[in-house]
Design a protein around this ligand. Structure first.
Ligand code: FAD
Length: 341
């Protein structure tokens, strides 16, 4: 059969990294990215981009760890290359602090990040309201540069990218053999997934270049994540809220919480407020599906629902989605050779 035509719907971190993995595993495929928004206007642009996994209750931990490990290994190699600053990837060390010792002293990802250890008494003195803490080094993506870097790599391999809102996956049937759904929260409407819901997050991006270490309250709500140019201060988790409008009261609350963790932030300047909707589900939907309509078939691979942890696992889930695309191609080749008999 001719080179299979694959459409990837979505240009956030999941769509772009999935398109890249497809070009790597199937160089003969013709890959097109279709999206109504590109960077800097996606949820992925709002994220802090820290590699600290969020747990998906409906997915085996073994699988989540594999996704995280693959993502960490991929980004660690970039952080050690001359492309690190263009791609916005860097190592960052810091502390996760707890008011009470956590149930799980060793999270499943503790041997993937670097140098994971309990904090010393001397380190804990910096946080008088906290009794326990973990120190480690992880990776951080500065999200807009990383998305642009992915786009650049895709263009260099011949991937086409078009601005287009897809109202129904069937509208792609006549042009493409396989459709990969990486629409993030957009999948709620695109494929009517009622298990997918938004968790609204508001963050501040501030100028505070003296902050070099990350600090995260173990409850996950308050965090300070230094990037290459700006520091991300968070945050909020508002289930089922679809509002993208920044809330001034929330901005003040986030700033106060972060200053109580790191008082030098009172001197932060140029505060910008961003809001994003985490595409949340009990488990990431990483699945092949064959849609049927009036005797026609449409091969679909879903890769969405990464919630609060899309950056932490994106490469791992993209590789798995590319593998599923490979299975679709094998089934297409099987049916085209049967048709010739
Ligand atoms: P998106 O980035 O939303 O991309 C979806 C794409 O699909 C967009 O391009 C959109 O335009 C397109 N699309 C949707 N519907 C259609 C349609 N019908 N037709 C055409 N195109 C369509 N994760 C971490 O790992 N670490 C963090 O530190 C972190 N911090 C975060 C902080 C905040 C405040 C928020 C909100 C999220 C954070 N996340 C973090 C989570 C992370 O941002 C998400 O998991 C990730 O961005 C999801 O990526 P995505 O590509 O699935 O979605």
């Amino acid at each position: 059969m001719a080179a299979p035509k694959v459409a990837v719907v979505g240009a956030g971190v999941i769509g772009l990294s999935t398109a890249l993995c497809i070009t790597e595993t199937c160089p003969s495929c013709s890959v097109t990215v279709l999206s109504d928004q590109f960077s800097p206007n996606t949820t992925s642009d709002v994220a802090a981009g820290m590699l600290i996994p969020h747990t998906y209750p409906g997915t085996p931990i073994r699988m989540q760890k594999q996704w995280f490990k693959e993502t960490f290994t991929f980004l660690f190699a970039i952080s050690n290359s001359a492309e690190a600053s263009e791609a916005g990837i860097h190592l960052v060390s810091g502390w996760q602090v707890f008011k009470n010792a956590p149930k799980e002293e060793l999270p499943f990802w503790s041997d993937v990040v670097l140098g994971f250890r309990p904090m010393s008494e001397a380190e804990l003195q910096k946080f008088p309201q906290y009794r326990f803490g973990q120190a480690f080094t992880t990776l951080k993506c500065d999200c807009p540069p990383y998305l642009l870097w992915l786009e650049k790599r895709l263009k260099a391999t011949g991937v086409q990218m078009y601005t287009r809102k897809v109202a129904d996956l069937w509208e792609l049937h006549s042009e493409y053999n396989i459709v990969v759904n990486c629409a993030g929260i957009g999948a709620h409407r695109l494929v009517g997934d009622k298990k997918l819901f938004p968790i609204r997050g508001q963050v501040l991006k501030v100028h505070a270049p003296w902050v070099k270490n990350f600090i995260r309250d173990g409850d996950g709500l308050t965090y300070i994540y230094p990037g290459i140019h700006r520091v991300t201060l968070g945050g909020t988790r508002e289930k089922e809220s679809w509002s993208l409008a920044p809330d001034p009261g929330t901005t003040k609350d986030i700033f106060d919480r972060c200053c109580s963790l790191e008082p030098s932030l009172w001197g932060a300047q140029d505060i910008k407020v961003k809001v994003g909707l985490r595409p949340s589900r009990q488990s990431v939907r990483l699945q092949r599906e064959v849609l049927n309509q009036g005797g026609l078939k449409l091969l679909v691979v879903h890769n969405y629902g990464h919630g609060a942890g899309g950056f932490s696992v994106h490469r791992g889930t993209a590789k798995e989605a590319a593998h599923l695309v490979g299975e679709c191609i094998a089934s297409l080749q099987g049916s085209s050779s049967r048709a010739k008999l």
